[in-house]
Design a protein around this ligand. Structure first.
Ligand code: SF4
Ligand code: SF4
Length: 198
């Protein structure tokens, strides 16, 4: 008999505890999360409050150190391709052109003084495929590839979700390719001439 009443008591306590939690969230939902709403600097420290928003007229703020949309600071990119090889879903496409010796100065150096040896006509990130895993950023030797706090970048046209970071126009890239091919042909001809003279 005592077990019977014990079970009833236990059930009543469980229901009361559950209802207590439900009521707590019910009354908390009367208030907006954060004293100053979305502009509250402590927004993410406050666990209680209404979180449903009238999106897209208002949106939950992103943490200042949020790791969302990728950005390539291409002036510091050396075209090593490590990010391309590391990406598990192949959403980075890169094309490089070797820099001719007399072009090295205009190709420039990275922030830490490293001479850049490649032009990068194509550096595209298909951000619609990117799962923001961050692997590409961790292998980047110059830290030019990084996440930004930008999390909301919807587009009507999927093509607009491919971001282009290349540092040459099509015409410039064609000129660099032609120049490189001519230099390589000249070097090859000289090499063959020397071997015939021997
Ligand atoms: S964050 Fe991950 S999925 Fe996105 S480009 Fe980098 S490696 Fe690929
Ligand atoms: S790993 Fe960094 S430096 Fe190398 S190609 Fe990618 S973005 Fe450029």
């Amino acid at each position: 008999m005592s077990e019977y009443f014990g079970n009833i008591k236990s059930s009543a306590v469980t229901i009361a505890t559950g209802m207590g939690i439900t009521l707590k969230h019910f009354f908390n939902a009367i208030h907006r999360k954060g004293d100053a709403g979305l502009d509250d600097v402590d927004y993410f420290k406050q666990v209680d409050g209404l979180v449903t928003l009238q999106y897209p007229h208002e949106a939950i703020p992103t943490p200042t150190r949020g790791r969302y949309r990728l950005y390539n600071e291409v002036d510091n990119c050396i075209g090593c391709g490590q990010c391309v090889r590391a990406c598990p879903i192949s959403c980075i496409t890169m094309e490089t052109i070797k820099t001719a010796a007399d072009d090295l100065v205009s190709c420039g150096k990275t922030k830490d003084g490293q001479q850049k040896k490649f032009w990068i006509p194509v550096f595209d990130i298909d951000i619609a495929k990117c799962m923001t895993c961050g692997i590409c950023t961790t292998v980047c030797p110059t830290e030019c590839l990084f996440h930004t706090p930008v999390s909301d970048f919807s587009e009507f046209d999927r093509e607009n979700l491919v971001y282009h970071f290349g540092n040459l126009t099509h015409l410039e890239a064609e000129a660099k390719r032609t120049k490189l091919a001519e230099l390589q042909a000249k070097a090859q001809a000289e090499k063959e001439k020397k071997s015939l003279e021997k």
